[in-house]
Structure formats: C-alpha cells, structure tokens
Design a protein around this ligand. Structure first.
Ligand code: AMP
Ligand code: ZN
Length: 492
C-alpha cells in the first residue's frame, strides 16, 4: 500500500510546514550531513541518523523512489564550526599517534556498527569527503572570481556576494561576529574558508595542491559538492542536526547559490535543496551532550549496560524529531519495556498463526477493522513524521481482537517498515537486560530457573527458595509471575 495523504514536512528555511512536491516526479532525493569520523558518535549524533532514516522510510512508504546520500567527513572539520581551532581529524590523529587514514577508518567502522544496530537502512551512497577533493577544487574555481577572495591563510567566501545570506539561521551577517574568531583581512565576520592553505613551514597529514596553494578544503564545501554531484541541484531535502542550521547549512546554501544561480532564496530550490530539515538535540539533564565531559554516551555503553539498541531507537521515535529529547536511563528502561510488549505480542501472533497453519499475505487488502488505524498511522507520519502518534496506532493494531491473524501481521509489518523496530524478527529473549559486567551467563540462569520450576512442581519449596537465593547472590532476580514474562533480570 502507498497512501495518498499529502506529506507535510517542516522546512527550516521558511519555518513552515510545506507539502512535499518532488523535484523529479516519483522520486525523493535526500542528503544528510554525516559524521566527522575523528571519534565515536554519541547517541545524540545517532538521533540525527534515526531521524533521517525515518524520513527516508516515510518517503518510501509514500511510494517515492528514494535516493539517499550520507557523507563521511574525513577532512576539513575544525574544532570550531567557524574558521577557528584545529582540524578535528589532525588533532585526534596526533593524540592517538596514528595516521589520519587509520583514525578515519576506525571511527567510520564504529559509526557503521551503530547504524546497523539501530536498524538504519543503508543509503544509496556513503560519500567520503577525501574522494571528492578534486571536485571541490573544481567547484571552488567556478565560484572564486565572483564570490571569493584570497588571504594569506586561504580562499574565503564573501557572504555579501549572495542574496539573503543567513536566512536559514535567521541571523544577520554581523550577528555571527561574536562567535567567529577574527581572521585578519576578512571582509565580513561571517565569511568562511573555502580553502585553507597549509601555513608556510608546516605540513599536514592531509593536503592537496590547488590554485590557492597547498592545503585542505573548508568543511562546508564538501557537502555542497557531494550533494550537487550525487543528487543534482536542486534536490529535494537536506537534513542535519539543529546546530547545522546556524553556520554549516547557511554556508552550504551560500555556496550553492554562488554555484548555480546567484538568485535569492524566495525561489524554492535556489538554495540547492528545496527543503532543509533539522532534528532537535538529545540532551542530558546536565545540558548539552558531549564526547569529552561526563559519561560518554555511546550506543555501545547502552549495550554494555544490557539495553538492546533498538530500545534507544524506540526512545527516539517517542519524541517528534523537532522536539528536544532528554536522555535518562529510566526513560531508556521504559522504552525497552514498551518494545518488549510489542515484540512479545508479535511473537505470540506468529506462533498462533503458525499453529493455525496460516501465513502473512503481503499485498492483500486488510479487512475494514484495520482501515481507521491504518489511516491514522498514515496521517501521523504524513504530519511532519509524527512518530509518537504512529507508535500508538501500531499498538492499537497489535491490540485488535477478532481479526484475521495473517492480515494483522501484514499490517504490523507494513507499519514497522516505517518505524524500523524490526518487530517481526526480534525475540523476547534478545531484549533481556544483559549487562556486559554480569558474572553469570544466560544459559546458567536458564538452567537454575528450570531446576527451580521442577522444585516447585515437586512442592520442594525449600529447594526452590535456595535456588532463588543462589541466583540473587549472583545479581539475578527471579521474577515470578511477571506479567511481561521477563523471568529474570540483572541489576544494570
Ligand atoms: P558531527 O559528527 O559532530 O558533525 O555530528 C553529526 C550529526 O549529529 C550532525 O547532524 C549534528 O547536527 C548532530 N548532532 C550533534 N549533537 C547532537 C545531539 N545532541 N542531538 C541530536 N543531534 C546531534
Ligand atoms: Zn554537511
């Protein structure tokens, strides 16, 4: 089923909900700013890709042929989004005493592991910045005369040379002044580097020859070049975290304008992408999520503490992407329980269907009882990716009584193709809390629990209690009669 409800998406450029109208009929072309692979992503970063994934899944659900590109930044991103600070990759390579290439490879692999664990679909292309440096130089050559000027430190983009600079950020050029470290000779405070020359007497691990001397591209350039080359200007949607609304994306837009039209931003598409979408932040109670201070919240930490990674995905879906989301371990635990309820219900449905010898009939039109829930689901996701409401519609389908089981599973599968919780494959056992630090294996626990069940069947309550105490001594709580069927849990 595809559905005909118009898809409304919030465009940060106009600060309005807009009906999605593809540039190329029947297609959706989406570019997402990817990670800078100098460190592990934190779970806040991963929220940006869960959001982009849901967007892509909704576009597929709506029947569009999706072309999605996510870039891997392995060059050029400074410790400050403006032109101050050190190159993040060079800095980490020096700290870990490794080559930049080794750093990039290690952290790209780690990022991809998180992508997989969160059931994020593979994009059409992972575009790697260093592979596009010649294309970046060609792009810069095309805009240099009319829009750039050269200083000792590099080639800079003159933001006054394009109409409406900074509209996305709702910031006037001069307002950037406080945030941007002055570079001697800049015409406007918000001007940014297109090419950063290697200072005389220095060598960088990553540097290339260019008409402006040996050096490296400015960070903003790569996304303009890769999105334009792989998706064609204008393409449909550009995504990123809300921090990119302030500097990175206004700068990309200015470059795109310079490259293709020099026109103002009242014309949709002059910005390179028709829609610019931004996910809000995942925050900790103590404030902004960080890789360097406090507990480094990596997905692997959640897994090590025993939480299935899809519980985190569900936690993200429980909030609309434009709302701030506060992370807490209690919240994650609640999301895990909610996921487990769904998985248990689906497991039971599959077992019953199997017993009845029925099967899931893909493509068949489900009966009338499903119609209002399917419509409400489609309306929710079509309303700027309303995943919190969509989840409740999915749960309502799961709770439906006296309906054909095959049809029910087919509807659940279809809804899950949008939400991506892997409901038809996950098992209850996979969702148990399994902290890495636990000193007892699941097989051992199951063995003791089986012995305990036998003792109770034999009415040997002393033995049953002794077995329970033995488990407790190893940090395992037997959960008799737990309505969710957890059987046991470990202290996280
Ligand atoms: P970076 O690797 O720093 O370029 O960030 C990767 C993506 O994560 C970008 O789209 C950021 O905007 C986004 N991002 C960074 N911090 C957070 C956060 N706490 N919550 C949600 N998204 C974030
Ligand atoms: Zn980008």
């Amino acid at each position: 089923m595809t559905d005909a409800t118009p898809l409304k998406l919030f465009n940060s450029l106009t600060r309005q909900l807009e009906t999605f109208e593809p540039v190329h009929p029947g297609e959706a072309r989406v570019y997402s700013c990817g990670p800078t692979v100098y460190n592990y992503p934190h779970i806040g970063n991963m929220r940006a890709y869960v959001f982009a994934d849901v967007l892509g899944r909704v576009l597929s659900f709506k029947g569009y042929k999706l072309s999605h590109v996510i870039n891997i930044t392995d060059v050029g991103h400074l410790t400050d989004d403006a032109d101050a600070g050190e190159d993040k990759m060079e800095k980490m390579a020096a700290k870990e005493a490794k080559s930049i290439w080794a750093i990039a490879e290690h952290y790209t692999e780690a990022y991809w592991a998180d992508i997989k664990a969160l059931n994020i679909r593979q994009p059409m292309e992972w575009s790697v910045a260093t592979k596009y440096v010649p294309a970046m130089i060609a792009f810069a050559e095309k805009i240099a005369d009319k829009h750039c000027y050269e200083l000792d430190s590099g080639l800079y983009f003159d933001v006054a040379s394009v109409a409406d600079y900074g509209r996305l950020a709702r910031a006037h050029t001069e307002e950037g002044e406080g945030r941007i470290e002055a570079v001697e000779g800049k015409r406007n405070a918000a001007d940014f580097a297109i090419w950063r020359k290697t200072p005389a007497g220095e060598t960088r691990q990553m540097e290339w020859d260019s008409p402006w001397g040996r050096g490296a591209p400015g960070w903003h350039l790569e996304c303009s070049v890769m999105s334009g080359q792989l998706l064609g200007f204008p393409f449909d949607i550009h995504t990123g975290g809300i921090d990119h609304r302030e500097i990175h994306h206004p700068n990309e837009i200015a470059q795109n304008q310079a490259f293709c039209c020099s026109g103002g931003l009242d014309v949709p598409g002059n910005s390179g992408a028709k829609l610019w979408m931004h996910n809000n932040f995942l925050v900790e109670r103590s404030g902004k999520m960080s890789k360097s201070s406090g507990e480094f919240l990596r997905l692997q930490l959640l897994i090590d503490k025993g939480y299935h990674p899809l519980a985190y995905r569900l936690m993200c879906l429980q909030a609309q992407y434009r709302s701030e989301l506060e992370f807490s371990w209690e919240g994650l635990g609640a999301a895990l329980t909610r996921l487990k309820r769904l998985v248990m219900a689906v497991e039971q449905l599959r077992a019953r269907l199997n017993d009845e010898g029925g099967s899931v009939i893909e493509g068949a039109e489900p009966g009338p009882k499903f119609a209002p829930l399917r419509e409400a689901f489609a309306a929710a996701v079509s309303d700027d990716l309303g995943t919190p409401i969509a989840l409740t519609q999915l749960e309502a389908v799961v709770a439906l009584k006296k309906v054909d089981l095959g049809q029910k599973l087919a509807v659940i599968a279809q809804m899950d193709s949008v939400l991506g919780l892997n409901l038809l494959a996950l098992t209850r056992a996979e969702l148990r809390l399994k902290p890495k630090a636990a000193t007892i294996t699941e097989a051992e626990i199951d063995e003791v629990l089986a012995a305990r069940r036998q003792a109770r069947a034999d009415k040997d309550f002393a033995r049953s209690d002794a077995l329970r105490d033995a488990l407790a001594a190893r940090g395992v709580e037997a959960m008799d009669g737990d309505p969710l069927g957890w059987d046991w849990k470990l202290e996280a």
